[in-house]
Design a binder for this molecule. Structure first.
Ligand code: FAD
Length: 510
């Protein structure tokens, strides 16, 4: 019987694994994971991603051994690995999940498709999200998302159900991070990988934490426990999107009528799971949005004005706006930040600091443990105003602090020097009189950075530049085609009105 190869990528689980189950139905199966040096050499790759994957692979390896299988780990470019394996142990087909990755993984997938054609190997790719490959029109997208997430889940194969082909050769030990050229710093308080933790996080959200979801998601103080914290587990496929949706729907259906707060929270949560795929769909349909403006009329807006001092201060958490700097430190320590604070960081970079989104996005991709290219680059462009179809959203970091950290607990937690600043000066410490600074033992410009620019004037200028461009007839004319290709259709979709409400709560439009 012909062996099939199951290629694990960002789907590090056995539960609801379409590719594995489909392959197993055809005959013997060989499971493969490839560590690709070219992928890890990209500016969006980080040590924390690699460590999370290693932890998840270890658990996957154990789960496979329990049912008589083994995971063959290889290091190299995928086409080379396939060629070598095919000689050692011929296989007739490859099964994998579709991946909406960066330009490098997209090019690699095309090379794999070519290799398969040359070697007469069939490649079966299965969707793992509600993202549609070669989507003809956005009009039916919502129905396709529903069909994907409501389909029956594939069970974890039991021992004996899968005929595992023993690997002909021993796999490689995973390379060390330094062999891959990864920088040596990872957030010490990041989430750890693996399916067991993914399930724990989902259960703790549904059973204990979701009641605070809507009220707690915006403040960086409450968000770490109020939000689900499933993003990294979804990004690396430790749990399937379908499993999260179905488990949530079942839990919501079983809640007693008086648990209305939890029910509303779960509706809001499921609407974010739509957004997950809605944003990935944009990159799937237009891979170039990773590196060029979605609306080409915005080309040249910021690209030629790169200010290295602004960028270095942002990365160092030295912009001078305490809320921004505290977010940068939290990110460095934990690898996670809630949506509103991510949006604020990008908005500050894009408007008062006038930084082009691409280098900012590369830095943030490395900072976010849950880096998911489709969500990430779409959000970077949306928050920077280069999609041309979203309202300009400018987050004022002083107002964000007043609204979401009025007592300064957050900034004082992550910026120790702020602990010496009296409450009166919490939001604008640079205005503290010098004699008071001396009395409090804090020097603005040393212990606390001086703001890089005058926030009000710089933001006003940025908005003027943006709006002048937006008003140009050619720029306005190109908008309709982008809306048609990428815009959400959900506002016209009555049963999904709740999701639009959720969007409005976040001050967030599609
Ligand atoms: C500039 C920027 C970059 C971002 N980059 C990423 C990224 O690389 N990976 C990523 O998963 N999320 C990204 N997000 C979206 C969002 O901030 C995170 O999904 C969320 O903070 C993760 O925490 P959670 O799992 O507790 O979210 P929850 O609020 O519990 O949401 C549940 C899930 O829904 C999805 N989701 C939530 N909010 C959004 C959103 N606004 N857009 C799309 N999907 C959403 C995520 O899969 C998330 O895990 C980004 C947002 C911004 C503004």
């Amino acid at each position: 019987m012909n062996t099939s190869l199951v290629w694990f990528k960002r789907d590090l689980r056995l539960a609801d694994h379409t590719a594995l189950c489909q392959a197993a139905a055809q005959g013997p199966v060989l499971c493969l994971y490839v560590v690709e040096p070219s992928v890890w050499a990209q500016p969006d790759a980080a040590l924390q991603h690699y460590l999370f994957i290693q932890e998840s692979l270890q658990e996957l390896q154990t789960a496979l051994s329990a049912i008589g299988g083994t995971l063959h780990i290889a290091t190299g470019e995928v086409v080379d690995v396939l060629s070598q394996l095919h000689v050692q142990q011929p296989f007739a087909a490859i099964y994998s999940h579709e991946e909406t990755g960066n330009a490098v993984t997209y090019a690699r997938d095309r090379a794999v498709a070519q290799w398969c054609r040359t070697h007469r190997v069939a490649w079966h790719e299965h969707p793992q999200f509600g993202v549609v490959r070669r989507l003809a029109s956005r009009d039916k997208w919502q129905a396709q998302w529903q069909a994907h997430t409501s389909a029956a889940r594939w069970p974890v194969p039991v021992a004996g159900a899968v005929h595992f082909a023993p690997p002909a050769a021993a796999g490689d030990a995973m390379p060390t991070p330094s062999q891959l050229g990864l920088a040596s710093d990872a957030p010490p308080q990041r989430q750890l990988g693996g399916r067991a933790l993914a399930l724990d996080v989902l259960q703790s959200f549904l059973q204990d934490r979701c009641g605070h979801y809507r009220s707690g998601m915006s403040s960086p103080l409450s968000a770490p426990s109020a939000c689900s914290r499933l993003s990294a587990y979804l990004a690396y496929g430790c749990i399937s999107l379908r499993e999260v949706v179905q488990t949530t729907q079942l839990h919501a259906a079983r809640l007693p009528p008086e648990a209305s707060q939890q029910k509303r929270a779960l509706v809001a949560f499921i609407s974010r799971l739509h957004w997950h795929c809605h944003f990935i769909q944009k990159l799937e349909s237009e891979p170039a949005l990773e590196w060029r403006n979605l609306h080409r009329g915005y080309d040249g807006l910021r690209e030629h004005d790169w200010n290295p001092a602004h960028f270095e201060a942002l990365v160092a958490g030295r912009t001078g706006w305490p809320m921004v700097d505290a977010c940068v430190v939290m990110l460095r320590e934990t690898g996670w930040l809630n949506f509103r604070m991510r949006a604020m960081l990008v908005s500050v970079a894009a408007y008062p600091l006038w930084l082009h989104w691409r280098p900012v996005g590369e830095w943030l991709a490395r900072q976010f443990l849950d880096y998911e290219p489709g969500i990430h680059w779409s959000q970077l462009q949306m928050q920077s105003g280069t999609t041309g179809i979203n309202t300009t959203r400018v987050y004022n970091p002083i107002k964000q602090a007043q609204d979401h950290d009025p007592q300064g607990h957050f900034v004082r937690r992550w910026l120790p020097a702020m602990r010496r600043v009296p409450d009166t000066w919490l939001f604008e410490p640079w205005r503290m009189p010098p004699e008071l600074q001396a009395r409090c033992g804090v020097t603005v410009g040393k212990d606390i950075a001086m703001p890089l620019v005058d926030l009000e004037a710089a933001t006003r200028l940025a908005k003027q530049r943006m709006h002048a461009l937006r008003a140009q007839p050619a720029v306005r004319a190109a908008r309709a085609a982008i809306v048609d290709r990428h815009g959400s259709r959900r506002r016209r979709d009555p049963p999904e009105r709740h999701a639009v409400k959720g969007a409005a709560q976040l001050g967030f439009d599609f």
